[in-house]
Design a binder for this molecule. Structure first.
Ligand code: RFL
Ligand code: PHB
Length: 396
């Protein structure tokens, strides 16, 4: 079988790319290792930047998001037992973020793909990519014991951090930058009203915590935990007790607890691959980079990679111009390094590090105190959090 683009991975990056290509009349097949149910069971991101909302609108998948998403014009920073609001809208000329779960974005994209009758191969085993250093690459995979091959013009590697695409590139052609943090995030999803109408990011001597949400009746909370902790050793009671300890008295009092409907531990990592194009193979989203989730940037970066990649592939397939393809990697990386920097900085400021000691806690609190009392400091946090404009600082 033949198609113009094979997309490896049906996470948000792959599905969004498929939708944007379809809108422009470019044929693409998606090959995914897992089942649709498994893909939808992963609970991840919750905060969407305006740039991401624009790309989802371009893809025609923002109707439910507009109805059900929660617009947030600020968030709280809690340290030394007190909360301080970062007024995102006031500091950035009216910008805001949208709270809408990654699961819902994925579901909307799956529904749109199905409605358009587009092909997604789920539960594909042993996916392999071939000939991406030539003009006739291909992707092979096994379904129900039968091997299949898809010939194409381009391969989009949207298969996440553990995917096959980046791993298939010869080591001499790729440079990877990585930092692994000495802790993880224990996340709990529960059908309880959120403790506060906006998000609360917590720096406490007991470690970081985050109060987030999915709707007015569904909450998402995170606790910083040692990497050695096992999720099965964290009872719901233990989770709520520890969260209360890290909150201020008012929030602790208001917190409504209930049974967890999902509980998992995620490691934290900063990771960048350079470049993101290898001949006719393009990496996008978590396949190319990872940020620690503190800045809420991972899904947003994936959406902008996909925006740039869809523009480039449409130019190549429809207008027969290579310009977008040639710029793809440098254009993405300019944006990625800025988000990597912000995510690393915010993570370092908010978490308890094993060797930081009392003085490290004091340094963090003094920096937070400066940020919330200086308009310049608060604006710097706000403009990075809502997301820098597309192509900010990129010279072309
Ligand atoms: P995904 O979502 O990992 O999807 C990759 C897909 O590829 C499939 N795959 C393969 N398919 C075929 N063959 C193979 N060999 C394959 N190997 C893998 C996988 O099954 C999967 O379906 O990557 P994608 O699409 O690039 O999307 C990236 C986002 O998922 C990620 O960046 C965000 O979730 C990060 N993130 C956040 N981002 C935000 O923008 N805002 C947030 O608030 C936010 N919060 C978070 C987060 C990530 C978290 N975790 C769990 C790491 C909070 C958490 C806790
Ligand atoms: C989430 O709701 O899952 C979430 C929100 C903000 C973050 C990270 C995760 O910074």
């Amino acid at each position: 079988m033949r198609t113009q683009v094979v997309i490896v991975g049906a996470g948000p990056s792959g599905l969004l790319l498929g939708q944007l290509l379809h809108k422009a009349g470019v044929d693409a097949v998606i090959v995914e290792r897992q089942s649709p149910e498994y893909v939808l069971s992963r609970i991840r991101a919750g905060v969407l930047e305006q740039v991401t909302l624009n790309v989802l609108a371009q893809a025609g998948v923002d109707a439910r998001l507009k109805r059900e998403g929660l617009a947030h014009t600020g968030f709280d920073l809690l340290f030394k037992g007190e909360r301080h609001r970062i007024d995102l809208a006031g500091l950035t000329g009216g910008q805001q973020v949208m709270v809408y779960g990654q699961t819902e974005v994925t579901r909307d994209l799956m529904d749109a793909r199905q409605a358009a009758g587009l092909t997604t191969v789920y539960s594909a085993d042993d996916v392999q990519i071939h000939g991406f250093d030539t003009d006739h690459p291909s992707v092979s995979y096994t379904v129900d014991g039968q091997r299949h091959t898809l010939d194409c013009d381009y391969i989009a590697g949207c298969d996440g951090f553990h995917g096959v695409c980046r791993a298939s590139v010869p080591r001499a052609s790729i440079q990877e930058y990585e930092k692994v943090y000495p802790f993880g995030w224990l996340g709990v999803l529960s059908d309880t009203p959120p403790v506060h109408e906006e998000l609360i990011y917590v720096n406490s001597p007991r470690g970081f915590a985050l109060c987030s949400q999915r709707s007015m009746i569904r909450s998402r909370y995170y606790l910083q935990v040692p990497l050695t902790d096992k999720v099965e050793n964290w009872s719901d009671d233990a989770f709520w007790t520890e969260l209360r300890h890290r909150l201020d008295p008012e929030a602790s009092e208001r917190l409504v607890t209930g049974p967890s409907i999902e509980k998992s531990i995620a490691p934290l990592r900063s990771f960048v691959t350079e470049p993101m194009r290898f001949g006719t193979l393009f990496l996008a989203g978590d396949a190319a980079h990872i940020v620690p989730p503190t800045g809420a940037k991972g899904l947003n970066l994936a959406a902008t990679d996909v925006k740039y990649l869809s523009d480039a592939l449409i130019e190549a397939c429809v207008e027969k111009s290579q310009a977008g393809i040639d710029h793809y990697s440098t254009r993405c990386l300019a944006r990625i390094w800025r988000a990597e920097r912000f995510s690393w900085w915010f993570t370092s400021l908010m978490h308890r590090f094993p060797d930081q000691g009392e003085i490290g806690q004091k340094f963090q609190e003094a920096e937070l105190d400066y940020l919330v009392h200086s308009e310049a400091g608060a604006r710097s946090v706000a403009e990075n959090y809502v997301g820098l404009p597309l192509d900010f600082g990129w010279k072309g």
